[in-house]
Write a protein that binds this ligand. Sequence first.
Ligand SMILES: Cc1cc2nc3c(=O)[nH]c(=O)nc-3n(C[C@H](O)[C@H](O)[C@H](O)COP(=O)(O)O)c2cc1C
Length: 400
Amino acid sequence: MNCSRRLTDTLYWVGANDRRIALFENVYPVPRGVSYNSYLLLDEKTALFDTIDQAFTHQLLENVSSVLDGRSLDYLIVNHMEPDHCASIADILFRYPGVKIVCTAKAANMMKQFFEFDVDQYVVPVKEGDTLSLGVHTLTFVMAPMVHWPEVMVTYETTEKILFSADAFGSFGAINGNIFADETDYKNQWLPEARRYYCNIVGKYGPQVQALLKKASRLEISMICPLHSLVWRKDLDWLLEKYSRWSSYEPEEKTVLIAYASVYGHTEQAADAIAARLAERGVPNIAVYDVSKTHPSYILADAFRCSALVFASITYNNGIFCNMETLLHQIAAHNLQNRTVAFLENGSWAPVSVKHMTDTFASLKNMKVLEESLTIRSSLKNCQGDCLEALVDSIFQSLA
Ligand SMILES: Cc1cc2nc3c(=O)[nH]c(=O)nc-3n(C[C@H](O)[C@H](O)[C@H](O)COP(=O)(O)O)c2cc1C
């Protein structure tokens, strides 16, 4: 059954929703699933923008065939060669053998790695600024290397002013009928998942995203069509501002994230005591996470939101607790910058986790590590009240 969506008079979404998937990239929990977006433009020539995951190829083929309604497919634009977007290429070629594949030279090379068909027979390579006329519509190709993978480009359609943005501006979450962001309560229902998608999938490549934003700022854009999740046709400036902030590693809010690792509960108690004292001083939207309970992708996303980060870990086999180690490694791997950081350690005989946590962050830029750290020996004692208050004061002052 066809399940395509008309986006403009000539443009259709022909992708699919995947609500069975548990882990995106076999790492990130996606409790609300994910969508694989593919778009079909009808003009004198027809063009399909990217394909989708192999598991849903049947849906793509049905959608494309239904929208083409007997016409042939002239072009397949491949913006990104990651398998959740390129897996159906061979099926498209089998169904539409006359199609030309438009992509970067790097993408063509990757295609040869992923597929057995004679890639050179189909590919029309394009580079920065090349154009392709479909009739009324003209496509301009804009290179976006490392806005996830090195072969990535985005495609700008000049007549309707549509940006096919590859993985940029995507989100976790299947499309629940409402395909346009302005049809949803986006800030409450979607923003946390969009942030989590950005930070975990593209967050490491801030400078490359900034380069793409600079190119996008020279384009008049009326619609953004990403490869995952909702399509944007309103409030584009709001979305672009979020991307600008995330990609420059500037926090969204002056508030505090506290992540703790605790086995018997004493470190957790200290984390809660800090959160309560900060709240009493008027700090809003504080986030507290047990690193053993919450997947690091959620905590990383909130670390991109918050301006001050507190990490409290027990000492574990002379090191950091394993789940805290994973979280800190993820934060360092995603190049987070420009934050105030405080560390707390706990240990019953030789607490050393502050030293290890500090070392993990040593390579990150503009991280202001507070001098006040707190060492707990098994449990936080009333006599340490002044130390706790000093730490809380110092975190609070960083928010000014
Ligand atoms: C497997 C294991 C290894 C530990 N290794 C150390 C260690 O190397 N050094 C230390 O001082 N404490 C070590 N501890 C003790 C805990 O760090 C300590 O009891 C801490 O107070 C627990 O805090 P919690 O109540 O928040 O879990 C270890 C505990 C466990 C369970």
